[in-house]
Structures are given as C-alpha cells and as structure tokens.
Design a protein around this ligand. Structure first.
Ligand SMILES: O=c1ccn([C@@H]2O[C@H](COP(=O)(O)O)[C@@H](O)[C@H]2O)c(=O)[nH]1
Length: 257
C-alpha cells in the first residue's frame, strides 16, 4: 500500500492501466511494450489480466516480461480473481508474487477468509471482488439479506475485517453502478477500491468518482483496459483520463508538467 500511495502522489494519478492483450503474438509483444512505455508517466498502477496471458502458449513468460518492463515504482495488480482453499491459494500467491513479481492481486471471496488470507503478505495488496462491473444479472451479489443490504455487502464486510487484521485489503467495485459504489464506500470508508468498468463497459466516471472518492480525494483506482489498448495514442488517452479524473479531486501539480 505504501508503494501505491507513493506512486499516486508522485504521478498525481488514480489511473490503473489495464493490460488485456489481444492480437497475434508478435503484435501483442510490440503493443504491450508501446502501451507500457507510453502510459507509464500517467499510471498509478498497471493491471495485467491473467486470462489474456494464459490463453497464449508462452503466456507466463510473456506476463513475466511484461511485469519486468513496468517501472519498479509503479505497482502491478495481477487480475487473476483467485479463490480456493488455503493450501491451493498459497500456491496461487507464490505464482503471483514470487514467479510473476506482482505487488497485488484480485481475489474471489466466495470460498471464505482462507481463500483470501494467503495473499495478504506484508507489503502486498489484495483486492477482493465485492460488487463487480458486469451487468445486468447479479443473481448472487444482489441477493437481498433478511437483515437488510445485499450479499455483496458481506464481501465488503469480510474485506474490511481482514484489512483490520492484515492491512492492505481493498475491494473491487465496478464503475457501472454508482449507487453500489456509494454503498460500498459507506461500508468501507478507508479501503482502496479498484474500479473497472470505465471505457468499453460504459461506466460513468463522474458519478463513480463522486460516490467512491474518500474525502482526501484518493482511495480509488480507475481501471481502463480496452480503451487504452485500442487507442491510437495510448499515452495521450491515459493523460486525458488522468486529467478528467483529477478535475474531481483536490489536485497537486502533476509530475509530468
Ligand atoms: O468487476 C470487474 C472485475 C474485473 N474486471 C476486469 O477489468 C478489466 C476491464 O476491462 P475494460 O476493457 O476496461 O472493460 C478486464 O480485465 C476485466 O476482466 C472487470 O471488468 N470488472
């Protein structure tokens, strides 16, 4: 978390650059290098999605090389949506942190605390799926509880409890439902949110930031993947997005000026 906070301050950015590489192997290697190099000045974090690498023959090698290309000062969140019993989760954690060199992961909380805790190593961050961005059917997350609230609230409560015990536990909250973002923020006033859904999924940036930003103008990482991958100039697109995000937060002078 310290690395993330330092980077957010250094770049004056809450942008998470998603890396969901598509195309043939040669194109992908070239485009990954281009996107990383062009967007690095504006990135608070990078988020490679594991599926887009594992679907290639040399996917793990490509993922390692991708992470190695990212400047050391910028946190890498490996979006693997891991979630299994503790001894299996421990192997996923070794893969993410020791093999790949990630600073953080995404985890599916459905199997409970022991699916999450092995990832909570000192100096690492864990983003727990709470209210995801996909629409429209949330037959589990939107189940209404008899005590009030929704099943997704339980994920937020588990993440908050684990954050108090281990620190560095945040939430994944989709940008496609601003009122859910607000509800998650009321349940987790201090935790970091990883927020996908802006760009290709049509999430409302302004409404999301209004609902999700902490009073200090931080605590939210806005992820966008396809919109940057497909941009003619990924650097310009990233910069523009950072500027839009910063109009909704108290800003310092960006480092790139
Ligand atoms: O709720 C979630 C959790 C994760 N994702 C992931 O984020 C990116 C979004 O990509 P876009 O191209 O910006 O739509 C992708 O890797 C998803 O797997 C999510 O979208 N929603």
């Amino acid at each position: 978390m310290e690395k993330l906070i330092q980077r957010v301050q250094q770049a004056n950015s809450l942008l998470c650059v998603g890396l969901d590489p598509t195309g043939d192997d040669q194109q992908v290697a070239r485009r990954l290098a281009e996107v990383i190099d062009q967007t690095s000045p504006y990135a608070a974090a990078f988020k490679p999605n594991l599926a887009f690498f594992l679907s290639r023959e040399d996917g793990v090698k490509l993922l390692r090389e991708t992470v190695q290309r990212i400047p050391e000062s910028i946190p890498v969140i490996l979006d693997g949506k891991f979630g299994d019993i503790a001894n299996t989760a421990d192997h996923y954690a070794r893969f993410a942190y020791d093999v790949i060199g990630a600073d953080a992961v995404t985890v599916n909380p459905y199997m409970g605390d022991d699916a999450i805790v092995p990832f909570a190593r000192p100096g690492k961050m864990v983003f727990v799926l709470a209210k995801t961005s996909n629409k429209p059917v949330h037959s589990l997350q939107d189940v209404a509880l008899t005590r009030g609230g929704y099943l997704s609230d339980c994920a937020a409560q588990v993440a908050r409890k684990l954050d108090e015990e281990h620190s560095g536990i945040g939430l994944v909250v989709g940008a496609t439902n601003a009122s859910a973002v607000a509800r998650m923020r009321s349940l987790s006033p201090q935790q970091w949110f990883l927020v996908p859904g802006v760009g290709a999924q049509g999430g409302d940036l302004q409404a999301t930031l209004r609902a999700g930003l902490r009073p200090d103008g931080s605590g939210v990482l806005i992820n966008t993947s396809r919109a940057l991958w497909q941009a003619a100039d990924a650097g310009a697109a990233a910069r523009e997005l950072v500027e839009q995000i910063n109009t909704f937060r108290p800003t310092a002078v960006p480092s790139w000026i």
